[in-house]
Write a protein that binds this ligand. Structure first.
Ligand code: GLC
Ligand code: MG
Length: 599
């Protein structure tokens, strides 16, 4: 698991426990209701994350690219995607696979050109698909011209980044960093620059200097970046590493305060060694997101078109995350990512033993704390996390897709989860993730994000149909022979087939507009009901454990009266679609998940 998420996971689990500690013991049932019957496009959308490096290689260099994405847009259409967000495609020395941007206004040559990007927008528009870009506001590459100018103290760029002299240690005579701050990828967050004779702050890799958000010129520059891509037709932005944007203001002597020890680890290089009270989750960061929302709304007002959306990446505690939705007077991001299925439960270490109460706590954590009138969203994984099948167990792959599509609000699928792709163990020699490479061979597995970044599996041909090159930038999971689009499309039943059925189901008025009731019936069974007056009601029952259950009364906890029949089931359920069930006395095989409809 990725290093910087580790602390966040610890913090979140703590936060989750503190706000849900009682819920576990008492009533886990909760209802949400909605009466509105008109929604904006994004509120009922199915989002999909493409990791461009691993999606489809068109030119045979073993690396995915924009023409590759264009050639596979029909797959997105086929699985019902409304909008896709792309991990960074901008010019970059690839010290963090594009999260280190050397030119925010250009495309990385190995991915294509601005012309390819315009073609992508046009091809997506033809299919009614929206393209969302990754906006990386916290840092640039050290190869960005802004940084080079800042190193030289060129006029206007002196304070573009966070610079500091550090301090001479009186006893040793050695210069030391300004504070004890740690970067997310291990080690000090301060790096000495010989040319400028100062330290600069980098909360991620050394090659990712932090932009200085206390400088209005930086704020204006980054708004220019947003406008540039809006002008090229994007439907919005996923905003990267948001909590890091602002740091605390130094004191009157120019001193940055040390952060306190967290007590979570005794590894002093590990980011989770400190509590990041001065470098993350600052109030100014929330306001910055509100400003970006204003920019997007103004853009729509001036140029028309559909609403542009913001998706916020933050693993912070929920009270901070929820602020991104906005407040009474100001709108924020439509989609502050709900990472509860990633950080909740037992953290992203291992949720294979999570029971029904654990699942319901996760669901409840978001729905009970989301401000009224906002839209929920469900993110099961991304390029920084282990894959769903590896985190929750392969028997629960379908269950997780079923939950994601059944719960109210927006779904966000990471590429390959529709196929049930799983993690591939990557050797130290094959490791590419800078977070892992910053460690050493004995601990890299603890930090690497590579296992979830392997190339997408299109077919059972060589290299899974991803590339014609003899090798690919990360190895391909050998399970591609059966886990791939082509084979799963041809099969009678597959993760992909079920995913598509879920997408269709999700388009019913009940799932789009209906109210939601959910409960842990016992240790094994999660039950969720979606209903809307005058429409068919749906019930999801999931036995999340490896033991079978019988005579389970789901009807009482869900207030579900009347008869139900099976609409969809995972193979583990061994059930016949169309057959009637008795909600007050259900029998479920290990890991069985069913979706039922009222008759
Ligand atoms: C985000 C990205 C991650 C990247 C980091 C620094 O967390 O998802 O991949 O390494 O930001 O930009
Ligand atoms: Mg290529």
């Amino acid at each position: 698991m990725s290093r910087f998420n580790k602390l966040l996971v610890v913090l979140l689990v703590a936060a989750l426990q503190s706000c849900l500690g009682e819920a576990a013991a008492v009533d886990l049932e909760r209802a949400t209701s909605s009466s509105d019957t008109t929604k904006d496009w994004w509120q009922v959308a199915q989002f999909y994350q493409i990791y461009p490096r691993s999606f489809k290689d068109s030119d045979g260099d073993g690396i995915g690219d924009l023409q590759g994405i264009i050639s596979k847009l029909d797959h997105l259409k086929d699985i019902g995607v409304t909008a896709t967000w792309l991990s960074p495609i901008f010019a970059s020395p690839m010290a963090d696979f594009g999260y280190d941007i050397s030119d925010f206004f250009d495309i990385q040559p190995e991915y294509g050109t601005l012309d390819d990007f315009d073609q992508l927008i046009a091809a997506a528009n033809e299919r009614g698909l929206k393209i969302i870009l990754d906006f990386v506001p916290n840092h640039s590459s050290d190869e960005n011209i802004w940084f080079k100018k800042s190193v030289k103290r060129e006029k206007g760029y002196e304070d573009y980044y966070v610079w500091h002299d550090g301090y001479l240690n009186a006893s040793t005579g050695v210069r030391e960093p300004p504070s004890n701050w740690l970067q997310a990828f291990r080690g000090s967050a301060w790096e000495w620059n010989d040319e400028r004779q100062q330290y600069y702050l980098h909360q991620f890799a050394v090659k990712q200097p932090d932009l200085n958000y206390r400088n209005p010129a930086v704020v204006a520059q980054m708004k220019r970046v947003l406008t540039f891509w809006l002008n090229r037709g994007v439907a919005g932005f996923r905003i990267d590493a948001v909590p890091w944007c602002f740091e605390v203001v130094p004191d009157a002597e120019g001193r940055y305060p040390d952060e306190p020890l967290s007590g979570y680890t005794d590894d002093p290089d590990d980011s989770s060694y400190l509590k990041h009270i001065y470098t993350q989750d600052q109030p100014e960061t929330v306001d910055m997101v509100y400003q970006w929302r204003t920019l997007l709304d103004d853009y729509k007002r001036i140029y028309g078109g559909d609403t542009r959306v913001l998706m916020v990446e933050t693993y912070s505690s929920l009270d901070y995350v929820m602020q991104f939705y906005g407040n009474r007077t100001t709108k924020g991001a439509q989609i502050p990512f709900n990472f509860q299925f990633i950080v909740g439960g037992n953290g992203d270490k291992n949720n294979t033993l999570l029971n029904a109460t654990g699942f319901v706590k996760i669901i409840n954590s978001w729905l009970s704390q989301m401000p009224a009138g906002q839209t929920a969203n469900w993110v099961m994984g991304n390029h920084d996390q282990r894959r769903v099948g590896s985190r929750y167990g392969e028997h629960r792959i379908d269950t997780m897709n079923m939950l994601q599509m059944f719960l109210p609000g927006v779904s966000v699928t990471y590429q390959g989860e529709e196929l049930g792709m799983t993690d591939l163990d990557i050797s130290w020699a094959d490791t590419r993730d800078p977070a892992a490479c910053n460690s050493n061979e004995s601990i890299y597995e603890h930090f690497t994000r590579d296992p979830a970044r392997t190339p997408f599996q299109w077919s059972s041909e060589a290299n899974a149909g991803f590339s014609t090159n003899s090798s690919t930038w990360l190895p391909i999971n050998p399970n591609y022979v059966t886990v791939n689009v082509e084979t799963e499309t041809a099969a009678d039943s597959s993760h992909l087939k079920l995913y598509k059925q879920l997408v269709t189901l999700r388009q019913t008025r009940t799932l789009q507009y209906g109210s939601t009731r959910y409960a842990a019936v016992n240790d094994n069974v999660v039950a969720i009901k979606r209903s809307l007056s005058g429409e068919t009601s749906y019930v999801l029952v999931a036995n999340v454990l490896d033991t079978s259950v019988s005579a389970v009364d789901v009807a009482t906890v869900l207030y579900a009266t009347g008869s139900y029949r099976i609409t969809l089931g995972n193979p583990e359920a061994n059930a016949t679609v169309g057959s009637n069930v008795t909600l007050s006395s259900l029998a479920l095989e290990p890991y069985a998940t069913l979706i039922l409809e009222s008759v």
